[in-house]
Design a binder for this molecule. Structure first.
Ligand code: SF4
Length: 202
């Protein structure tokens, strides 16, 4: 593999990460991909195609060796939903654990509730909230889809009804964002809150 080859699978600590799309309906100001970097650690994550399940399954490795598999990259994994579900089912069949890092806009994008499909093969969800008001969300995340912030809040409320482990994060240090207000907003919707720090990825 040369340095400039897109990486579909990469390991951080004892977890294997799956990079399954380069697409995203957000354009976060803090996203490294909008700041000239397509790398996390030594991995080049820019993807201009949507890999199919077979290609990803071939790179799963020995499932029992990893704490969990995490769908996460410089794109929103639920935008390649078919591959996500097929690969996650395969990991579950082999006895592994599955986490999906998401922007929480999958229902808005697909125009249906995808949580029942995810619940069949996903153990935990990590959702990025990133702002305690719609105005701040528009400023920092610059959504391409209308109604993104209310759709995200609705997804956060629905998710714990389908998946036991739902963690929602915001980034400490993003201009104007009130971390305590983010926490309150998340906990009121039955999910747990995780504070992240600016400039630390993975
Ligand atoms: S959701 Fe993630 S991949 Fe999409 S723009 Fe924001 S930080 Fe980048």
């Amino acid at each position: 593999m040369t340095d400039n080859q897109p990486t579909l699978v990469y390991d951080i600590r004892d977890s294997r990460y799956l990079n399954i799309t380069g697409r995203c309906t957000l354009r976060c100001q803090f996203c490294p991909k909008h700041n000239g970097s397509k790398q996390v650690h030594q991995y080049q994550l820019d993807l201009n195609r949507q890999p199919k399940a077979d290609e990803l399954i071939a790179q799963l490795g020995e499932v029992s060796k990893f704490d969990e598999y995490v769908f996460c990259g410089y794109g929103e994994p639920t935008l390649n939903l078919t591959s996500l579900l097929d690969v996650a089912k395969e990991i579950k069949q082999q006895g592994g654990k599955v986490r999906v890092n998401t922007d929480g806009l999958g229902n808005l994008f697909h125009k249906r509730n995808i949580l029942p499909e995810l619940a069949a093969c996903v153990d935990s969800l990590s959702i990025s909230l990133n702002a305690d008001t719609e105005a701040l969300y528009l400023q920092h995340c610059r959504p391409k889809l209308a109604g993104a912030y209310p759709a995200l809040l609705e997804f956060i409320k629905l998710a714990p009804q389908f998946i036991d482990d739902v963690q929602v994060s915001a980034i400490n240090g993003l201009e104007g964002v009130d971390i305590d207000a983010c926490r309150a907003l998340v906990e009121a919707r039955g999910a747990s809150f995780k504070q992240r720090e600016l400039d630390i990825v993975g």
